[in-house]
Design a binder for this molecule. Structure first.
Ligand code: FAD
Length: 449
């Protein structure tokens, strides 16, 4: 009998282990289910990116992608029954919602096999463990064990790996059209591989230093492609293997962070919402109208701290923010505005095209000091000196904050010190960093206990 290949976070045809497994059947039906539970919390750039990926995937297999709308636990068994499928193949989803959804689908399929092959990670979360079988709680030993564990070579797959079922006689919905007036990365597998080639041929050797510079195009932009599976990390790791530069070592380490956080979330799914370090449940947060107003200023990029505002506006304009700036704005929200990390994390998840529960929630917890090997809480980022250090000429700030476009050089990081005050239309700082830092430290002492 034919099989169904149900695509989710694996929107590609190359290096696709589940495709290889599905292709053991004589014919394969390619399926994607538009699931409101995942679409609803996603902002437009995220959805537009997803639809772009689906469109490309559909074209690559000659218009044979079947798209339906609804609850997968209903849709997947229906489709399988309609074509008389003997099995449904997927790449494993290891995040909390995906795990629960897949259990419901597996049960609803009854006698039809539900086969998980591979995952969005080089090493499937849950596999790398300490000698005594317990999970790692600290990154550096995890990375070492992860490297020692190793991974398979990329799977040799492509559009011709399977004989695709023509779904034209089946009910289906069109891939939604959604044009966003934003500067979002190009969607799809081809764009992913092109961007990766550009990175290998360009910034990689200088990645160790340039990755911290938001004013330079020094990073790979792979996160959204990895999030939606337009490229598999094994493909990237295989391309990096022969390279000896410091840049390639550091890049591999960044991929290890992605794998580490997926592993942490797999073992502790409740940390998507809760503090990994439970002592932080006692942390005092600001609430009320004033706190709400400050949170809204942060979301809109109107805090009066230029590097924070540039980052928040980059997020709104591109569905992406530079990593160094993500750390600065997150620290500012938690430690200068005393707003709980999960509110910032939710805003990020809505707007980031690469928004990924494991990486997002755990990076937020790292910044907030309540996660795995967290940054020491007392290391509170100073938004002004961080800006001056990592955007030394103020170019990044001027690009995203037009009110400051006329302020030359690093003075763009201290507009309140300009002889005539901050330029017209740009706010004065909404809080005093030195004061809020003291407030944070006092509250932290109470938590540490
Ligand atoms: P590059 O510098 O080119 O990095 C290469 C790849 O390594 C990335 O694509 C990513 O897959 C991985 N990576 C790099 N840094 C990290 C990290 N700190 N943690 C986990 N993986 C990493 N990354 C996401 O993919 N999704 C998120 O939702 C997300 N939310 C974040 C929230 C906060 C508060 C912070 C501080 C970081 C967050 N990150 C997240 C990590 C990081 O900022 C992005 O992966 C990176 O900026 C994406 O750009 P890039 O692909 O050009 O990165």
């Amino acid at each position: 009998p034919p099989s169904v290949l149900w695509f989710r976070r694996d929107l590609r045809l190359s290096d696709h282990a589940a495709l290889l497994a599905a292709a053991e059947s004589p014919r394969v039906l390619a399926l994607f289910v538009l699931d409101e539970a995942l679409l609803k919390p996603a902002g437009e750039p995220r959805r537009a990116f997803l639809y772009g990926c689906l469109r490309e995937l559909d074209e690559a297999i000659g218009g044979r992608l079947l798209v339906r709308h609804g609850d997968p636990a209903k849709v997947v068994p229906e489709v399988a029954a309609e074509i008389g499928a003997g099995s449904v193949h997927v790449s494993a989803d290891t995040a909390p919602y995906g795990r629960a959804r897949d259990e419901r689908v597996r049960k609803a399929l009854g006698d039809i096999d539900f086969v998980r092959t591979g995952s969005p990670y080089a090493v499937t979360p849950g596999r790398v463990r300490k000698g005594d079988g317990t999970p790692y709680r600290v990154f550096t030993p995890f990375r070492k064990a992860w490297l020692e564990h190793g991974w398979r070579r990329p799977a040799d797959t492509g559009p011709d790996t399977a004989k695709w079922v023509d779904p034209r006689s089946l009910d289906q919905v069109k891939i939604p059209e959604l044009r966003v007036d934003k500067d979002v990365v190009a969607a799809g597998e081809r764009a992913a591989l092109d961007a990766w080639r550009d990175f290998l041929d360009g910034p990689l050797p200088d990645y160790a230093t340039d990755r911290d510079r938001p004013d330079r195009a020094g990073t790979s932009w792979m996160a959204a492609y990895l999030r939606w599976g337009c490229v598999h990390p094994r493909t990237l790791l295989a391309d990096l293997a022969p390279k000896r530069s410091e840049g390639s070592q550091v890049f591999r380490s960044e991929l290890a962070w992605r794998e580490f956080y997926a592993d942490v979330l797999w073992h502790r799914p409740e940390t998507a919402r809760r503090n990994y370090d439970e002592r932080f449940d006692r942390m005092e947060h600001d609430t009320g109208k004033e706190a709400d107003r400050r949170f809204a200023d942060w979301c809109a990029g109107r805090t009066g701290y230029p590097i924070v505002d540039a980052g928040m506006r980059q997020l709104l304009a591109e569905g992406w923010m530079h990593n160094r700036v993500r750390m600065i704005v997150a620290s500012f929200l938690v430690k200068d505005l005393h707003v709980p990390w999960w509110l910032g994390a939710r805003h990020f998840m809505r707007h980031l095209v690469d928004g990924d529960l494991a990486s997002n929630q755990h990076n937020w917890q790292w910044v907030a000091g309540c996660g795995t090997d967290a940054a020491p809480y007392f290391r509170i980022f100073n938004p002004v000196t961080q800006g001056e250090k990592f955007d030394p000429d103020g170019a990044y700030v001027r690009r995203y904050v037009p009110e400051l476009a006329g302020v030359q050089g690093k003075r763009a990081h201290r507009p309140w010190e300009l002889p005539a005050g901050p330029p017209q239309g740009y706010p004065a700082p909404i809080v005093d960093h030195a004061h809020e830092r003291q407030v944070s430290l006092a509250r932290y002492s109470a938590v540490k206990g």
